[in-house]
Design a protein around this ligand. Structure first.
Ligand SMILES: C[S@@+](CC[C@H](N)C(=O)[O-])C[C@H]1O[C@@H](n2cnc3c(N)ncnc32)[C@H](O)[C@@H]1O
Length: 205
């Protein structure tokens, strides 16, 4: 079936793990997973390579993948099913909308953002997924001690993001997962010999 047609089918009758109305689960995501466990949310999963690897390494966590594009969601979902990653759910659509409405304050234990578009022109700064307004929201969703994991191949975006997190109630520590998992984009950059920058930002109390 063509990708576009398959995506339309998903909107008509989403499988149990593709959540079209995430706001209904705010404060009770554990019900969707059928168990109480730490909640990991990845924003902009692309084809889901990292989300699936992370879910396989951390079967003790509940994993939620967000992406704008339904066809990427279903590619990622097939990957999770094929590789046997359990406790993974997906939310298609604009992450801004989901993050604004679909979680109680402090409900999230870990967030991941990998290789987002850098939007290098300063006039486009509001579109960056590490813009101060969004980082303030990430802080609200994470509980104290929760970790935001960030990676990019774009050094100016790395420096910008680092400063925004530091100014919004996070402390930075070296990212422990930098070497353990890769993303689809990262694999290309590593082959091309490009440097990868990243950090773990811990939400202060
Ligand atoms: C450059 S790709 C990186 C994908 C993946 N993280 C990786 O490293 O392979 C950026 C991804 O973020 C998604 N994205 C961009 N803006 C988004 C938004 N506002 N809400 C949800 N997903 C978004 C895009 O659809 C795309 O899949």
């Amino acid at each position: 079936m063509a990708k576009k047609q398959l995506a339309q089918e998903y909107y008509k009758a989403p499988p149990y793990d593709v959540i079209l109305e995430p706001a209904k689960l705010a404060g009770r995501w554990h019900e969707s997973f059928g168990r109480v466990a730490p909640l990991h949310v990845e924003v902009g999963i692309g084809l889901g390579h990292h989300l699936v690897q992370h879910a396989l390494i951390h079967p003790d966590q509940n994993h939620l993948g967000l992406d704008l594009k339904m066809h990427r969601i279903y590619t990622a979902r097939h990957k999770a099913l094929r590789q046997g990653a359990r406790f993974v759910r997906f939310v298609p659509g604009d992450a801004d909308e989901a993050l604004a409405a679909a979680f109680a304050d402090g409900e999230v234990d870990r967030m991941t953002l990998l290789f987002p578009d850098p939007w290098p022109d300063n006039r486009d700064a509001p579109k960056r997924l590490t813009h101060p307004d969004r980082v303030a929201r990430y802080r609200r969703l994470l509980h104290a001690g929760g970790v935001f994991h960030f990676r990019t191949d774009d050094e100016p975006l790395y420096m910008y993001s680092r400063d925004v997190f530091l100014a919004h109630g996070f402390a930075l520590v070296e990212a422990v997962e930098l070497e353990r998992t890769t993303t689809d984009f990262e694999a290309r950059w590593l082959l091309a010999g490009r440097a990868i920058f990243g950090f773990d930002a811990v939400r202060l109390g």
